[in-house]
Design a protein. Sequence first.
Length: 388
Amino acid sequence: MRWNEVSKKPGLRVAHPEAQPRSMVVRPAALVRPIRPYEAVSSLDHIHAHPAQVPHKLDWNEATVPPSPKVIEAVQAFLGQAHHLNWYPVLNSTNLAEKLAVFHRVGEDQLLITNGSDQALDTICTTYLSPGDPVLVASPTYQHFLVFAQTRGAEIVHHYGEDLFAADVDGLVEAIKRVQPRLVYVVSPNNPTGVEYSAAQVAALCEATAHGLVIVDEAYSEFSGRSAMGLLHTYSNLIVTRTFSKAYGMAGLRIGYAVSHPVVVEDMRRVFNPKSVNVLAQVGAMAALDDQAWLAWYVDQVTRAKDLMAEWCAARDVPFRTTAANFVMLQFDRAPWVVRSLQEVGVYVRDRSHLPRLSGWVRFSVGTVEQTKDVLARLGTVLDRLVP
Ligand SMILES: Cc1ncc(COP(=O)(O)O)c(C=O)c1O
């Protein structure tokens, strides 16, 4: 088969016949073959196609405002001072690790700074999973972790509690005893349900997991103000992952980290590429950490905006679930129609109604109070068009 024949995008056609890439006929590795390509649903194309419309990009739980001005200043200053973009970044981000160690009161050897927390999750899977290893996942949850685990041939066991919006620690402990997982994955607060796990509950999971590691993905923990990190002194089988993508507003720079026992971090370094994190992300993250006042301002805005949404939904009789993160869930009888109609008025949200037992639920990322007033006004116009 010729590349020209398979490619539907004119821009991708190969001009020179000799340039036919032979790799087109090579099939992916056996472990990768059964995985369906991640359906990257991005609203950016639609946003760019409607430049006159002020968009509310609420589909990926990013911050809705740029990061602290100090981040922008630091990045611009770096670029302006003839620093070397031609050189690789500081290996292992030791400059940032030093700061984060003080910030979290952990050892520098407990930190692995990664290209987004996604790379931390990926590195955990590379380091610890062999084909056939059981991985227990508190579902429904962040989908991409499943891809990382599946790529290593892991056997994913989903645990769904009876109430999807509440932690089912007893059920998870039972599943751990039955499945004997290599990895347990919980997100706290969970995306998309908002389920949180207290320190005592995470401790129970670590106790039960005799021959494996417990990952607590804390991508949204700055919003909730709660963390399992205090347990790292007690449990050597705990890994906490964090990101600068959400509350710090730096999703485009791609930087996150894992915190664990030094031996775990050392093991992950066996496969980790120390130059994975780009230099601008390092510079930006250090500036972001230094501006906790900005973080507090943004978290407060999101908290007040969530309250506003709760009041609005109560007044309109729209089923509503808040979370301790920067997103909420609204339920509609005609969720796909509502999501499409919102897109027409420039509000981009994420339909979660296809996930098991989340029928009709739509996830809205939440930003500032001012933005949220406008979002609700636009949602109001859409719902007014719904015939009862
Ligand atoms: C629970 C969870 N973990 C990790 C990520 C990915 O974060 P990062 O941008 O740090 O890779 C996301 C992004 O949506 C998420 O929801």
